[in-house]
Design a protein around this ligand. Structure first.
Ligand SMILES: Cc1cc2nc3c(=O)[nH]c(=O)nc-3n(C[C@H](O)[C@H](O)[C@H](O)COP(=O)(O)O)c2cc1C
Length: 504
């Protein structure tokens, strides 16, 4: 039996269970100079660089002091067994050149903190920059100093995953404008080779111009116009602006009056056609587009009190949704922008649910030459930069890609209108009975939500495909917990008498 898949599932599950402790007691306890904490972190973020942190051979005969030191509330992470599963991984990654140019500004890599609480004072930003982030988009500044609510965050769970999506009710920077400008100016002085972006939000024409001018005087490299916060406490701000193309154009013109720096217009996803305000932004003088800000949302109801979180004296408001759950929506908007002919060659900065290097690569492949992140940093900290850089480096080395710019937009050609998709062929599921554990999840889903094309042999505990009923939807493949279902060759529909008819 091929145990590789189980081994990988096992190690992935152990990595997912790891609490990602601040001071890594497992690594401290290791007497073989390995770094189990980083190994687990890398596995968690689907990064093959694990080998660099770990020599699996050296821990074969070890008494696993790392596991004894593990502080897990349930039972210790099975580090030795997990390490054993990476024996086959013999990658020897070297750093790839991640440097790139974004709106004529040189960046050591494409990864920036996006404008939010994660980049809201000097100390935070300097910590992130020292850890390897190429740039920061400072928390949106304005003349308006908002009064915030408490609490202001809520997280969406799915089964055992505690944090698939995140809601926030936070507005723009809480510090005074002069204090924020001083942070920006000190950051540029102390980190001349990093990219400092000033995110601004004005309440009228003059404020947009003044904020742009003040940001440039403070030393910012790029201005980002926040047209997209979905929960500002005043009307005519944030995503109210971003939904109105004329206003977007007008405020870009006002911003342009105050600065000669490159301007990024940050779009709202709370709109059907994001390219309309994006085109207007470029007409108004913006040089690039950033997308997406958070999505208007409600969630997390307490079904006894019928209050939704975050609950402020029993009340809440429509607020911004971010994190992994919004990635598909963000990618859709990125594709809309990069495939729009009026926006050809307009630089794109992408964000929305990016957690690991693979997520980032999807945004790059759909047209982004810059990546921004907030929610994943809120959950895991600035340290995710190690895996973002290592994962992308490893991929580029493996694929023999020399430059980040060679990956920008490589996937766009594969996104077509649904009218242009082939509808005359079919791909059947193939059941691998060695890998199948006999749970019957494929049967249940096909029976209740598919085309009743799977029978379940209760004694043998194996699914049986009824080829003549199967429409090739692949729901069975998606619900299989052990990846025991693969795909047949694509064949034309009329000739489709499938070979696996009634075969286990
Ligand atoms: C707590 C919080 C505060 C935010 N504040 C701002 C802000 O001040 N300005 C802004 O342009 N976007 C703000 N955002 C939006 C993020 O910059 C980003 O566009 C969005 O969260 C999607 O990316 P993510 O899924 O990586 O978080 C905020 C997001 C969160 C979660």
């Amino acid at each position: 039996m091929d145990t590789f898949i189980f081994k990988n599932k096992f190690s992935q599950n152990e990595a997912n269970r790891c609490l990602l402790c601040i001071d890594a007691p497992c690594t401290k306890a290791c007497q073989k100079s390995n770094d189990p904490a980083k190994m687990l972190f890398s596995l968690r973020f689907e990064n093959n660089k694990v080998k660099n942190y770990f020599d699996p051979f050296s821990c074969k005969n070890c008494d696993a002091k790392c596991e004894k030191a593990c502080v897990h509330y349930d039972f210790p992470i099975r580090i030795k067994e997990t390490a054993a599963t990476i024996e086959n991984c013999d990658l020897t990654p070297k750093e790839a050149d991640l440097s790139c140019t974004f709106m004529n500004v040189k960046c050591e890599n494409p990864f920036f903190l996006s404008s939010s609480v994660v980049a809201s004072n000097y100390e935070m930003c300097s910590n992130a920059l020292k850890m390897g982030w190429a740039g920061i988009v400072f928390k949106t500044i304005g003349f308006l100093q908002p009064k915030e609510v408490s609490p202001r965050f809520a997280a969406m769970k799915k089964e055992s995953t505690p944090f698939v999506g995140f809601r926030n009710l936070e507005q723009i920077a809480e510090h005074e404008l002069s204090e924020n400008l001083k942070f920006i100016s000190d950051l540029k002085k102390d980190f001349p080779n990093k990219v400092i972006v000033s995110s601004i939000m004005g309440q009228n024409d003059q404020e947009w111009t003044d904020l742009a001018r003040l940001s440039q005087e403070a030393g910012a490299d790029i201005i980002e116009c926040n047209f997209s916060c979905p929960h500002m406490s005043g009307n005519g701000l944030g995503s109210d602006v971003g939904q109105d193309a004329q206003l977007v154009k007008h405020y870009c013109e006002c911003t342009r009056k105050g600065t000669t720096l490159p301007i990024l217009a940050k779009m709202t996803p709370n709109i059907g056609h994001i390219e309309i305000p994006a085109i207007a932004a470029i007409e108004g003088g913006a040089d690039g587009i950033a997308a997406i800000n958070t999505i208007k949302s409600l969630s997390s109801f307490d079904i006894k009190s019928m209050t939704s979180k975050p609950s402020i004296k029993g009340k809440t408001s429509i607020s911004g949704y971010s994190g992994k759950a919004i990635k598909p929506i963000a990618l859709r908007f990125i594709n809309d922008l990069s495939s729009c002919k009026e926006l050809k060659n307009v630089p794109l900065s992408g964000m929305g649910g990016i957690e690991n290097w693979k997520d980032a690569l999807e945004f790059i492949a759909l047209g982004c030459s810059n990546i921004q992140i907030t929610t994943s940093v809120m959950q895991y900290g600035y340290r995710i930069i190690d895996d973002l850089k290592a994962g992308l480096s490893t991929y580029m080395n493996e694929q023999q890609i020399n430059s980040l710019s060679d990956m920008v937009s490589i996937a766009n050609q594969n996104i077509v209108s649904s009218t242009d998709l082939d509808r005359d062929t079919i791909v059947y599921p193939i059941f691998n009975s060695d890998k199948c554990v006999g749970c019957g999840r494929c049967y249940i889903s096909c029976n209740d939500a598919g085309h009743q094309a799977i029978k379940f042999h209760l004694r043998k505990r194996k699914p049986i495909l009824l080829g003549s009923k199967c429409v090739g939807c692949h729901l069975c493949k998606l619900v299989c917990p052990v990846d025991a279902i693969t795909s047949s060759k694509r064949i034309s529909k009329p000739n489709a008498t499938f070979a696996q008819e009634e075969i286990v």
